[in-house]
Design a binder for this molecule. Structure first.
Ligand code: PMP
Length: 456
């Protein structure tokens, strides 16, 4: 029998042959990647036998936790029955049909149709094409501009990266025309001195209205936003923000796209973030939690009023080989069956969410923490040298990375965006595991604080 490779051998092979996403390959290869070998519930195990609490659900996706035999069995059965078929040329298959109907049942009432994709990025590229097609069919082809927000994340394909408002991505990417970015509702980071959260929420929402007016409503196709910005740092908008956006979208002849790649499937304590915040999207973008990440799958729900127009337009010349992949649809169906049977969305809303928030909020008392927002199963810790003055560290991102590395060493996966630590644990996390998560986060803050003191 051949010996399994050692961690050192695995790292060397990884460094030699694998280009990692969003990574400085040279720096990573010098340091060596952590090799994750298995996972169960909310716990990861690495190749050296360390058990790590996954505070990020992988990449915000493993909503039902790791190790669900039921999903594995459903996928295996589907691979044996029909591993692949397309849905292009007047054909369909049972898993795509069943999942379409299930999504129509779970999403808000205006949604009855889904376009399947393989990821969140592909879903947002699909959205760009759907929105433009919609206005072309309505004989308003000049309506092409999509309004998005600075520091939004909508994916990594060229289309989705342009929709997104991530400055480091734009710096490496020739921007395409047709996307305009407005302010984000990031109170802690961007409010004016003396401005209340309510005032700030209204002011940032109204940037949508003034931008529509400045560019001309006859040129604006749509507004896209995440209910809570995820990769941007878990930015939970002030209470006044979404109602004002909803009013503007109602009054103006534009489409509203809710990017629910993170917020969808229970993360905010309802099935979808738009339900938590009371908005009425025309397009709803999904991925990640739809399968709990067990297989790649994405989709765009299209509201009836948009579908009615598309139906008049003939062929929509768009689609992916893996649109509605049978095994991915089978994984989604098994995942959603678990979520419904175990009432996981109710657990987030009524039990786990309030429980974690109560403890997490106390971390705001730590000298390093400016704010500790949390909603449902998603939260953040803003690290600051001066919580009263809402000051940022001079070398943005350095302290965040330091803390993130301490967190890993303390057996907890948190992610750092700039100097903001973020968590989004599996929705099924138990009370004992939440206690553990908060204790490890607290230790991480203490370690980071001590290190900063030591460095002066
Ligand atoms: N939209 C949002 C809100 C996301 O968070 C992400 C991924 N983090 C995407 C789109 C892109 O999804 P994917 O990585 O599956 O392409």
């Amino acid at each position: 029998m051949t010996q399994p490779r050692t961690t050192a051998e695995l790292r060397a092979l990884d460094a030699a042959h694998h280009l990692h996403p969003f990574s400085d390959t040279k720096a990573l290869n010098d340091e060596g990647s952590r090799v994750i070998v298995k996972a169960e519930g909310v716990w990861l195990t690495d190749s050296e036998g360390n058990r790590i609490l996954d505070g990020m659900s992988g990449l915000w996706c493993v909503n039902v936790g790791y190790g669900r035999e039921e999903i594995a069995d459903a996928v295996a059965a589907q691979l044996r029955e029909l591993p692949y078929y397309n849905t292009f040329f007047k054909t369909t298959h049972v898993p795509a049909i069943e999942l379409s109907a299930k999504l129509a049942e779970l999403t808000p009432p205006q949604f009855n149709r889904v376009f399947f994709t393989g990821s969140g990025s592909e879903s947002n590229d699909t959205v760009i094409r759907l929105v433009r097609r919609y206005w072309d069919i309505k004989e308003q082809p000049e309506k092409k501009v999509i309004i998005s927000r600075r520091n939004a994340y909508h994916g990594s394909t060229v289309g989705a990266a342009n929709l997104g408002g991530m400055a480091p991505m734009h710096a490496q990417n020739v921007a395409l025309p047709g996307v305009v970015h407005i302010a984000q509702p990031y109170f802690w980071g961007e409010a004016r001195q003396g401005e209340t959260p309510e005032e700030f929420g209204l002011r940032t929402a109204r940037a949508l209205e003034t931008t529509i007016d400045a560019l001309g409503e006859d040129r604006i196709a749509a507004f896209i936003a995440e209910p809570i910005q995820g990769a941007g740092g878990v930015i939970i908008p002030p209470a006044t923000y979404w109602p004002e956006i909803a009013r503007i979208c109602r009054e103006r002849d534009i489409l509203f796209i809710s990017d629910e790649v993170i917020c969808g499937f229970g993360r905010t304590g309802k099935w979808f973030g738009c339900e938590t915040f009371g908005t009425q999207p025309d397009l709803l973008v999904m991925a990640k939690g739809i399968t709990s990440g067990y297989l790649p799958l994405g989709g765009v729900m299209v509201a009836d009023r948009v579908v009615d127009v598309l139906l008049e337009g003939g062929d929509f010349n768009h689609g992916y080989t893996y649109s509605g992949h049978p095994a991915a649809c089978a994984a989604a169906l098994a995942n959603l069956a678990i979520m419904q049977r175990e009432k996981i969305v109710d657990y987030v809303a009524d039990d786990a969410g309030p429980y974690l928030k109560a403890q997490w909020s106390k971390l705001a008392e730590h000298p390093l923490v400016g704010e500790a927002p949390m909603l449902g199963m998603v939260g953040a810790l803003e690290l600051t040298p001066d919580k009263i003055g809402r000051t940022k560290f001079p070398d943005v991102g350095k302290v965040g990375t330091l803390a993130r590395d301490f967190s890993f060493r303390n057996g907890l996966v948190m992610r750092a965006t700039r100097d903001r630590l973020i968590i989004a644990p599996p929705l099924v996390i138990s009370h004992g595991e939440m206690d553990e998560l908060v204790a490890r986060a607290k230790k991480t803050l203490d370690d980071t604080y001590a290190e900063l003191k030591r460095l002066g």
